[in-house]
Design a protein around this ligand. Structure first.
Ligand SMILES: NC(=O)c1ccc[n+]([C@@H]2O[C@H](COP(=O)([O-])OP(=O)(O)OC[C@H]3O[C@@H](n4cnc5c(N)ncnc54)[C@H](OP(=O)(O)O)[C@@H]3O)[C@@H](O)[C@H]2O)c1
Length: 360
């Protein structure tokens, strides 16, 4: 656990106070340390089921004892004026319930990806945000990461000519654990598994690179027999998507293959290779264009993605600026995940409406 050695800076008068809900790996080791880099954000409260973590994390981040909440006394946060927003960083199957709870106590919500396990849950979360008149943002950090932003710009400028092919690989090998030991293998908390967790990045990239919605999805999913890891979730999912322009995307994701984190785009006159593409750091990006020398592109430090995501959300709260990754984007992606599983289950093509719902 990466705890700060010195107390955090004093918040500015216009800083948004966040309650962090769920003190797990991503919250403790990635997001919480980055609040220091976002001038208008600070950690005002923490929420956890683990009293030991509440104490050690609370002390390290200077969170007063009366701003350390258990899940059972979360509703008390309604009266806590130090807290403007809640950051939901719980297992996915709990996102909808805790987002609704946060809106019910009048706070803004930054919710981790994937937004939820079903489009019905996503719609409930959006409705709760509208009822509460509070902001909802999905924590899609790649929309704030310099390499991915440059890739979006290059595609908008048609740097590869018309885009034809996208390929993505998001894979790693899960250790010898069971669904009881790791929520990522538990269907009620993780849905189908690697697609929602890691493959979602490839799905997102296919859409933000083509700037289109797919019209057709064909997919298959595999769950091995006699493997204690995969009694509830799939080991791999392969998806083929076709877009109205004719571009096609092939997306692979697995919890049982050697690590890969690659996005590859090919147009009529060039190609873009991102490997690694969507991690926390170490991104590499190569552009090959007809008639020009190949170029390695270094648009900036990927580390800024975490703080820029916070900056963007606080600007929406304080300045009412539009959110690039709103609940509607999370809903769109969960609809596509549902279409992928529908195709995998039936073995058939699934045709889509422009909003990602399945055509009947
Ligand atoms: N944007 C990204 O790059 C990124 C990367 C990794 C993860 N995430 C997302 O962040 C969320 C959390 O992932 P994580 O990797 O941090 O998971 P994790 O290490 O397992 O942490 C999840 C935390 O949720 C709390 N929790 C409450 N009920 C739980 C339950 N029934 N089972 C397990 N944990 C429970 C626990 O915190 P307490 O002990 O404090 O109660 C636990 O430590 C997920 O939505 C994931 O998709 C996003």
């Amino acid at each position: 656990m990466a705890l700060p050695k010195t107390p955090p800076r004093a918040p500015r008068a216009d800083s948004v106070g966040f309650a962090i809900v769920g003190l797990g790996d991503y919250a403790l080791n990635q997001m919480m340390p980055r609040f220091e880099q976002s001038p208008r954000s600070h950690i005002a409260a923490i929420v956890s089921g683990n009293p030991g973590k509440l104490r050690s994390v609370g002390e390290a981040y200077g969170v007063p004892e009366d701003a350390r909440y258990s899940y059972d006394d979360f509703d008390r946060i309604a009266k806590d004026k130090r807290v403007d927003a809640v950051y939901i960083v719980l297992p996915t199957g709990l996102h909808a319930e805790w987002t609704e709870k946060a809106f019910a106590v009048g706070k803004h919500v930054l919710c981790e990806k994937p937004m939820a396990l079903s489009s019905a849950e996503c719609s409930r979360m959006i409705a709760a945000s509208e009822r509460a008149k509070r902001k909802l943002m999905i924590a899609y950090r790649c929309h704030f990461e310099p390499h991915n932003l440059l890739a979006m710009d290059l595609m908008a400028q048609k740097a590869l000519g018309p885009l034809r092919i996208i390929r993505s690989d998001q894979e790693y090998r899960m250790g010898p654990v069971t669904p009881a030991q790791n929520w990522r293998l538990n269907r009620a908390l993780a849905g189908g598994g690697p697609l929602e967790d890691f493959g979602l990045y490839g799905l997102q990239a296919a859409l933000y690179l083509t700037q289109e919605m797919p019209e057709l999805i064909t997919a298959s999913a595999f769950r091995p027999e006699n493997d204690a890891r995969f009694t509830e979730v799939f080991a791999h999912v392969g998806t083929h998507m076709r877009f109205p322009s004719g571009a096609v995307a092939q997306l692979s994701t697995s919890y049982d293959a050697a690590g890969a984190n690659i996005i590859y785009a090919r147009g009529t006159t060039g190609k873009l290779i991102m490997d690694p593409a969507i991690g926390y750091s170490g991104h590499k990006m190569r552009l090959e264009q007809a008639g020009q020398p190949d170029r390695d592109l270094t648009p900036g430090d990927p580390d800024v993605q975490f703080a820029r995501q916070l900056d963007h959300f606080v600007a929406a709260i304080r300045d009412n600026s539009p959110i690039k990754t709103p609940g509607e984007l999370g809903l769109r992606d969960v609809r596509l995940i549902e279409a992928i599983y529908a195709s995998a289950e039936t073995g058939r093509n699934v045709w889509l409406n422009p909003d990602g719902t399945m055509r009947t």
